[in-house]
Design a protein around this ligand. Structure first.
Ligand SMILES: *[C@@H]1O[C@H](CO)[C@@H](O)[C@H](O)[C@H]1NC(C)=O
Ligand SMILES: *[C@@H]1O[C@H](CO)[C@@H](O)[C@H](O)[C@H]1NC(C)=O
Ligand SMILES: *[C@@H]1O[C@H](CO)[C@@H](O)[C@H](O)[C@H]1NC(C)=O
Length: 312
């Protein structure tokens, strides 16, 4: 199902800069849903315990976890701490309650490709993402923080991730991501967004935690798949000094931009890797949402032609 795979060789670099002095406004941290204006997600206890029973009863039956105990350890880690002072260590006991093993060749990592990743993982059901693990399933999309003087969560206000180093939400995801990456074995897949300035971002969860936690002894191949928006290169309106506006047309690809940095890191650490920009499954999944794109029309025509050829 794979399109032409690109090894270190060169490929069309279409990086057009229509002006010199640019300042690229790099987006803040990772895939964070947490905003400063919200407090802890209402009914968090019922949600987490409910998800835990759903997971252990329906999603992964056969696994035995103590959902009530997991909740208690979670609560213990978070409440009565100042909302910016919860480290990964605080969650150690909770993580000890939920050990999990995944089969090799099934680990899927992603950065800034969340929607597409979900569709991809739905097609290839053998893939595991962090969200499929028990901890990922329990805490996905939730916000929480404690308050120093109180033995309850703060339902009125939680700080944004970027305002503190040891945010309770960030620390949990950081530890979960690290555990997940440390377990990764066999071939792993990384889905990156080639339509943004830093497809590989050292500040993302993948770039800052997961990559460093991968073990070259356990991982056979790192298969990078770069996806770009169907409309073609993404246009960025950049602010420059002296109030000028420049347009940058950029694609981060296997042979250009931040992905080269990723490949260099992989190479230095002794990983084998491949990188492709034209994974047919991914293109088809994108086209399902927007068949009218010229690229999809071309693809549809070529697929239909093939059908004609085989039936004659
Ligand atoms: C953060 O936690 C440490 C130890 O867990 C404690 O010594 C420190 O006073 C706490 N800081 C704040 C601001 O609560
Ligand atoms: C890439 O990132 C842009 C900007 O965040 C987003 O609009 C687009 O949907 C992403 N592409 C994919 C394939 O996820
Ligand atoms: C692992 O990836 C390499 C390179 O893409 C490929 O040749 C090999 O068949 C893959 N093995 C498995 C088990 O998927």
């Amino acid at each position: 199902m794979e399109g032409p795979t690109l090894m270190p060789s060169v490929k069309s670099a279409c990086f057009v800069i229509i002006h010199i002095t640019i300042w690229i406004i790099v987006p803040q941290l990772c895939h964070s849903p947490v905003q400063a204006t919200f407090g802890t997600t209402p009914n968090i206890k019922h949600i987490v315990i409910g998800r835990c029973f759903t997971y252990t009863t329906l999603v992964q039956p056969g696994l035995r976890y103590d959902c009530e105990e997991i909740w208690m350890q979670f609560e213990k880690a978070v409440v009565q701490q100042s909302s910016c002072n919860v480290t990964e260590e605080h969650y150690f006991e909770m993580f000890n309650m939920m050990p999990q093993i995944w089969p090799c060749d099934s680990f899927l990592f992603w950065s800034k490709t969340r929607m597409l990743m979900h569709r991809y993982a739905a097609v290839f059901s053998h893939f595991w993402t962090l969200e499929d693990t028990l901890v990922g399933y329990l805490f996905n999309d939730l916000i929480w923080c404690g308050q120093e003087e109180d033995s309850d969560f703060d339902f009125n206000y939680c700080p944004a991730w970027s305002t503190c180093r040891t945010h309770p939400v960030y620390s949990l995801w950081k530890q979960a991501s690290q555990n997940f990456a440390e377990m990764a074995c066999g071939n792993i897949t990384v889905l990156l967004n080639g339509s943004i300035v830093n497809a590989f971002n050292r500040k993302s969860m993948f770039g800052s935690v997961e990559l460093d936690s991968l073990n070259p002894q356990r991982v056979n191949y790192v298969n990078i798949k770069v996806v770009t928006n169907l409309e073609g290169p993404h246009m960025f309106r950049q602010r420059v000094e002296i109030k000028q506006v420049v347009w940058i047309i950029q694609i981060d690809s296997c042979s250009q931009g931040s992905i080269i940095e990723l490949i260099q890191i992989l190479w230095t650490r002794g990983f084998r890797w491949t990188c492709t920009e034209s994974d047919l499954t991914l293109v088809i999944l994108q086209c399902i949402q927007d068949l009218n794109q010229p690229r999809c029309q071309m693809l549809a025509n070529s697929l239909l032609q093939q059908k004609d050829l085989t039936s004659t």
